[in-house]
Design a protein around this ligand. Structure first.
Ligand code: AMP
Length: 283
């Protein structure tokens, strides 16, 4: 496994692989890798010939509600885990390398109202920061395939649209959420939970399952189901930002004719803002 920090070294290797006819698969991460990330690496091997993982904590997507400096960083463990997953190349650049002027996306990125909804409403500028870094990474690495987790569902939909808007010749692969035994989705932010909070955290997935059951058993009052789920989370000790029942294709509000539904939740527990979602097929 190669580890590179500069775009020049990265390009040299990628160009060589491409000239040999290899299909390049990118898995972008912010490091502090857990079983969810590793599931993405495993999936990536099925999508092409060479797996590239980027580890880059993107300053642009942090706001005052979460400190960039205290985001967990575990580079040595990450490299050992990626080696075990047979990753071919790890790209670990500094901020200045990614944000150099020459790596700016060549076209303007269209602004979409979805960036300001759901998590975007509570974290202003968050998705603009994600779109900017992903466009730069796509431009720098030029992968054939990029792999993202369903765990960050709004991010996934926004990136699929970015690829369409800018015409990147990149296939987007999505991987289901990897969960701990009690249903809590793996997340780097779970490390912000104390023992008591960690025990309560399972209520997020339990609430999602409950919403799924209600919809599947024919409940039609979407806003009543959302409100009930918010109340349940509050009673369990969370400070929920939202519970939203949406069309899984585009995150528009769900209607009776929606074929695929996603139920999304964001809720604070102590210092951690946890997000999760569940997908349902209606027909
Ligand atoms: P992050 O390092 O948090 O930016 O996440 C990097 C990638 O891993 C994103 O595509 C996430 O959606 C994905 N991911 C994070 N947690 C999970 C999980 N529990 N299961 C599957 N994918 C995940």
């Amino acid at each position: 496994m190669q580890t590179v920090t500069t775009v020049a070294e990265l390009r040299q290797q990628i160009n060589m692989w491409k000239s040999q006819g290899n299909k390049i698969v990118l898995v972008p991460t912010m490091g502090n890798l857990h079983a969810g990330h590793l599931k993405l690496m495993k999936h990536a091997h099925h999508c092409g010939d060479k797996v590239v993982c980027s580890i880059f904590v993107n300053a642009l997507q942090f706001d005052r509600s979460e400190d960039l400096k205290t985001y967990p960083r575990t580079p040595e463990q990450d490299l050992a885990a990626l080696q075990d997953e047979n990753v071919d190349l790890v790209f670990m650049p500094e901020h200045e390398e990614v944000y150099a002027e020459e790596h700016q996306p060549q076209q303007d990125i269209p602004k979409h109202s979805l960036n300001e909804q759901l998590c975007g409403e509570y974290r202003p500028g968050f998705f603009d920061g994600i779109v900017e870094v992903v466009a730069r990474l796509f431009h720098i690495i030029r992968p054939d395939v990029a792999v993202f987790g369903e765990k960050d569902y709004q991010q996934l939909i926004i990136i699929k649209r970015l690829v369409q808007d800018l015409g990147f010749p990149i296939e987007i692969e999505q991987v289901p959420t990897q969960r701990e035994e009690d249903g809590l989705a793996y997340s780097s932010r779970n490390s912000y939970l104390n023992v008591e909070e960690r025990a309560k955290a399972k209520h997020i997935f339990a609430t999602l399952l409950d919403v799924k059951n209600q919809i599947e058993s024919g409940s039609k009052d979407i806003s009543a189901i959302e409100k009930q789920a918010m109340d349940r989370l509050s009673q369990a000790g969370f400070r929920p930002d939202y519970v939203a029942i949406r069309d899984a294709k585009d995150l528009d509000p769900a209607s009776y004719s929606t074929e695929f539904i996603v139920v999304l939740v964001a809720a604070w527990l102590g210092q951690a803002r946890l997000i999760d979602n569940i997908l349902l097929q209606m027909r």
